[in-house]
Design a protein around this ligand. Structure first.
Ligand SMILES: *Cc1c(COP(=O)(O)O)cnc(C)c1O
Length: 374
């Protein structure tokens, strides 16, 4: 079986974790936390990085630290992973969902302005599958209407928009280090910002809001979102190799696209001229001409030992969103609907071999040209 993804861990990760265990620094104090945060901020080109327990908590921390809550609205793509919407809902604010644009599957920036109301406080783009959203258009609107911009860069560590790093192009950026992300800490997350006050607010809220003046005196309702030193130890070792990881992802995408380009009925991922995608997952869409549906292809591939994943189900179609008093849920999201129905991603792990990629493509070719009979 060729798995859709697998973490890629090395000797340095093991060595760093062993150091934590031997030294007893296994909780959220210790040298790796500080080093990982500093090195991650340096990598992204921001002044501050604050580690958290997950991408979900990084997003929640960011929205909370900006003071967004009840009565507020946050504009985001409907086509995303559910944590983006949850993070906003946790604060009492409401997400407002926007359709995708058909090329990169990111938020359709031409549809944002008409969704802005007096309640709107922020725009929250997601750099989907490692391809940056159109940040200039988003930042322009944010300036015009005095809104915050929060980036969900959970799938886009090291991706670039006109040479600017994803996550570092706005008020605050959020990352995940779940096992299948570009780099991992097992579970974990990070918030990055250039704003000192915002960074301090994040630090306060992630650690139960201990008053800086007196311990065990608390001024805010806060959280325990502290990453452990052991997780940071893994993260630091992973971060040392991130450029290599990104190159592996980009080379993988290039080979997939080359091998799949001749097969009818497959829409390949694009990279806009202003973008450097990190191809978190090699994502494609299956069109009618392919000769079978996306779901049929997925089960045929599985029979041939190839694991794949369908695209996200959009937020407006999620049962959990009904009854949350979210406006616009019933409106049409034709692009997101189409993407959710036709999209899948192919095996994209960092340890995937060239010959495995070729084998996947050969299987696809065989299936497309009548290798499948109903
Ligand atoms: C993975 C992911 C998250 C959530 O991260 P966790 O670490 O799993 O909590 C949020 N947003 C997007 C776009 C993601 O891909």
């Amino acid at each position: 079986m060729i798995p859709v993804n697998a973490p890629f861990l090395g000797k340095q990760e093991l060595c760093n974790v062993a150091d934590c265990v031997k030294s007893g620094w296994i909780s959220s104090k210790g040298k790796y936390i500080k080093q990982f945060e500093e090195e991650f901020a340096r990598f992204c080109g921001t002044k501050y990085a604050i580690s958290t327990t997950s991408g979900t908590t990084a997003l929640h921390l960011a929205v909370s630290a900006l003071g967004i809550g009840k009565g507020d609205e946050v504009i985001m793509p409907t086509f995303t992973m559910i944590a983006t919407a949850y993070a906003v809902l946790y604060t009492g604010a409401k997400p407002v969902f926007i359709d995708s644009e058909p090329r990169t599957w990111n938020i359709d920036v031409t549809k944002i302005e008409r969704a802005i109301t007096r309640k709107t406080r922020a725009i929250l783009p997601v750099h989907i599958y490692g391809h940056p959203a159109d940040m200039d258009a988003i930042r322009k609107l944010a300036r015009k209407y005095d809104l915050f911009v929060i980036e969900d860069a959970a799938q886009a560590h090291g991706a670039e928009y006109n040479s600017e790093k994803c996550g570092a192009m706005s008020d605050i950026g959020c990352f995940s280090f779940y096992a299948n992300k570009i780099i991992t800490t097992g579970e974990g997350g990070m918030v990055i910002t250039d704003d000192k006050k915002l960074a301090e607010r994040c630090r306060l809220l992630k650690d139960l809001a201990h008053s800086p003046k007196k311990r065990f005196l608390h001024t805010d309702l806060a959280y325990n979102y502290r990453m452990t030193n052991m997780q940071a130890a893994v993260g630091l070792a992973q971060l040392e190799r991130i450029k290599e990881f990104i190159k592996i992802k980009r080379d993988m995408a290039e080979l997939y696209s080359e091998k799949l380009s001749g097969i009818p009925g497959i829409t390949l991922p694009v990279e806009e001229k202003w973008a450097k995608s990190v191809y978190w997952m090699y994502s494609i869409m299956i069109e009618k001409e392919f000769g079978m549906t996306r779901d049929e292809l997925m089960s045929e591939l599985l029979k041939n030992g190839v694991e794949t994943r369908a695209f996200f189900v959009s937020m407006h179609a999620q049962p959990v969103m009904k009854g949350m008093k979210i406006s616009g849920l019933a409106q049409k999201y034709p692009v997101a609907e189409e993407i959710s129905e036709k999209g899948l991603y192919l095996p994209s792990g960092l340890s995937l071999k060239k010959k495995e990629i070729i084998a996947v493509c050969d299987t696809m070719k065989k299936l497309s040209s009548g290798g499948f009979k109903k």
